[in-house]
Ligand binder design. Sequence first.
Ligand code: FEO
Length: 400
Amino acid sequence: MNCRLSIREDIHWIGVNDRETTLFENYWPLEKGVAYNSYLINDEKIAILDTVKFNKTTEYLEKIKEIIGDRKVDYLIVNHMEPDHSGSMLALLGAYPDMKIVGNKKTFPFIEGFYGITKNYYEVGDGESLDLGKHKLTFYLTPMVHWPETMMTFDETSGVLFSMDAFGGFGALDGGIFDDELNYDFYEDETRRYYSNIVAKYSPMVQRSLKKLAGLDIKMIAPTHGPIWRSNPSKIIDLYDKWSRFEADHGVVIVYGSMYGNTAKMADYLARIIAENGVKNVKVFDASKTHSSYILSEIWKYKAVVIGSCAYNTKVFSSVETVLAKLGNSGLKDRYISVFGNKSWSGGGVSGIEAFVSEIGWEKIGPSIEATYSPKDVEFEALNALGKEIADRLNNEYDK
Ligand code: FEO
């Protein structure tokens, strides 16, 4: 028998945990799994908000049956069509053939395109409402957070905002489903990782949506991934505001690619100098060991970034290239950047990073430092000066 989990009187969490899938969107690591959250409002009319990925359909349909017995689902509200949320739609419609599928005009081409469903459409517009009996749902279109059709549903009766991907994070829900039932710090980190990996490119649209939602009396936020934010929903809203305005904390992320340890040695030396000069948050990543997913998340958190690479066939080292490509595509602004690296003959690592710096337009701190063969005193002296300059800039900008 499944656990019934009510998030508020007659609103049930009918989500599932996925600990088998190793990569989200077949790219982003899921070391601690992911939850696909779906919700059921058991009113005079029964509404379900979003479904779950196709690999969990059987478990999902059982959960619904356990709550509603022989009653029928009246509405499926489709806040987002990415298949991690729409993957059980066809099966749900098969189980409840009279169910109306609620979406906006951009939703239905996705439904037909992915699943061939062309019937039972129930179109809603921005600010329109649907009465279920006690519950009155109002729809807010939030295009490009994360796809063109995305919208949020606000339950005027309970104050629950069904926010789809927004405010959601990686990490299966290990027992607790509410923010006050679990390790908040872990899920906050995983929410920032989800933001920086999945939603970040659309930060200007996130800002627009936050303004649209600002007047609502939100008592709880129920996203499609990660915990339900009930203890203090404004905290995660403030973090989303911060992330989508590209605000950062006092700290430095050093990312490097190194074949035989010479660039790594420069990274460690620089990290030591920065720490000696009063920066406590110094994060050093070997881009060949740590997936770009985690590096991106840390860069989203901290103000200064230092990129180091050996030369590899006259280019930036491949694992560093991946980080740069992801960063460039993320739309992140307002970071400081510094450059270092190593070559043995023709170079190409440092100059490749410099090309990235010109393209992304972040403020560069200090000169690029490139060692030949292995770093010598002259490069360590230059790294010493660079580390002090980075630390001074941050210390002057932030309260220590
Ligand atoms: Fe969780 Fe954009 O899908």
